[in-house]
Design a protein around this ligand. Structure first.
Ligand SMILES: Cc1ncc(COP(=O)(O)O)c(C=O)c1O
Length: 327
């Protein structure tokens, strides 16, 4: 039996057994559309009506261009959004996944050889996103602030496969910071130890820190979606469900930031929300228009509750203002 051209290497003798076919069945077209929609949503498309998918690209974590430009390195400079990168020669691609600001899971998009990929996995934790598989990239960055919520130490870590690269990174951090505070390192190590022990030997019926945090994020996203529905003025991205191999459940992502869009006629979402006593960061800082804002979902309970309450009652305040101007 011969495979069609392009499907395998002629020296490679594998033949695949087809386990299931969706063609020719009564439900084939429905299944096909369901697979297509979940894949498009997975790649960051938004569904604007049942058959229309739109991709609103939002660039990377805003600190990367700022830091790169500030360093003014002779070795590299910021080259813009990876989606539109088409230069020849070596390059570094930063893959922030789940992405800040929009929360979508990302893959590398620059399809060339000679690149170094740095995976920023600050948000690849089960409270935000289903953990599809153990992360296994050459260079992976993490931070305590987003994994356990201990933001005060500002400590992160990297998992790096190549020992020489790892040594260079350690040297760079040492020179750049004159040594990271031992106090912070010890506290971060202790926090991570307690969290990992809590996963291996849970002492409470609530489970590990990740069970607790996943539940909290789920509740917060529920409240936010209800407030957005009530206001009728905004939209939020939709995320497809995925199975989480860490929590052993299937759920839709609940990102650390809400990527909120103000619908027409509001064209400056940040200004509109500020006039309603809600402080956010405009989409213009992330390479998209001012209709978008990024909202932190990780604030303290008291602040989060006030935020949701203000958001859900905006339409009431707006209509009161219209009434007052009409009088
Ligand atoms: C994508 C991403 N990577 C890295 C960081 C750095 O995190 P920290 O400075 O809290 O360690 C942040 C912080 O917001 C982030 O959003």
């Amino acid at each position: 039996m011969q495979l069609p051209p392009g499907f395998s290497n002629p020296n490679d003798p594998w033949v695949c057994k087809l386990k299931r076919s969706i063609y020719g069945l009564k439900q084939a077209s429905r299944q096909w559309f369901s697979k297509l929609s979940s894949s498009l949503l997975h790649f960051g498309f938004a569904k604007s009506d049942p058959n229309l998918f739109i991709r609103q690209t939002s660039n990377s974590f805003m600190s990367y261009p700022l830091i790169t430009d500030c360093l003014k390195s002779g070795l590299y400079k910021w080259a813009g959004d990876a989606q539109s990168f088409n230069k020849e020669g070596p390059y570094i691609e930063l893959v922030t996944s789940p992405n800040n600001p929009d929360g979508y899971v990302r893959q590398s998009v620059v399809n060339k050889s000679g690149g170094i990929l740095v995976h920023d996995l600050a948000y690849y934790w089960p409270q935000y996103s289903p953990i599809a598989a153990a992360a296994d990239h050459d260079i992976m960055l993490f931070t305590v602030s987003k994994s356990t919520g201990h933001a005060g130490m500002r400590i992160g870590w990297a998992l790096v496969k190549d020992e020489e690269v790892a040594k260079k990174m350690v040297k760079y951090v040492e020179l750049n910071t004159i040594g990271v505070s031992k106090d912070s390192q010890l506290r971060a190590a202790k926090v991570l130890q307690v969290v990992t022990d809590g996963c291996k030997y849970p002492t409470s019926k609530e489970g590990s820190l990740f069970d607790f945090a996943a539940h909290l994020m789920e509740e917060r996203w529920k409240l936010l979606r209800a407030a957005v529905r009530q206001s009728g003025l905004f939209t939020l991205p939709e995320f497809p469900h995925g199975s989480c191999r860490f929590l052993n459940i299937s759920f839709a992502p609940r990102p650390a930031f809400a990527w909120l869009k103000c619908e027409a006629p509001i064209d400056d979402c940040e200004a509109f929300l500020r006039s309603n006593n809600i402080l956010t960061r405009s989409g213009i800082h992330f390479g998209v228009g001012p209709q978008y804002v990024r909202i932190s979902m990780l604030d303290r309970d008291e602040n989060y509750d006030v935020f949701v309450e203000r958001l859900s009652t905006i339409h009431l305040r707006q209509s009161m203002q219209v009434d007052e101007t009409a009088e």
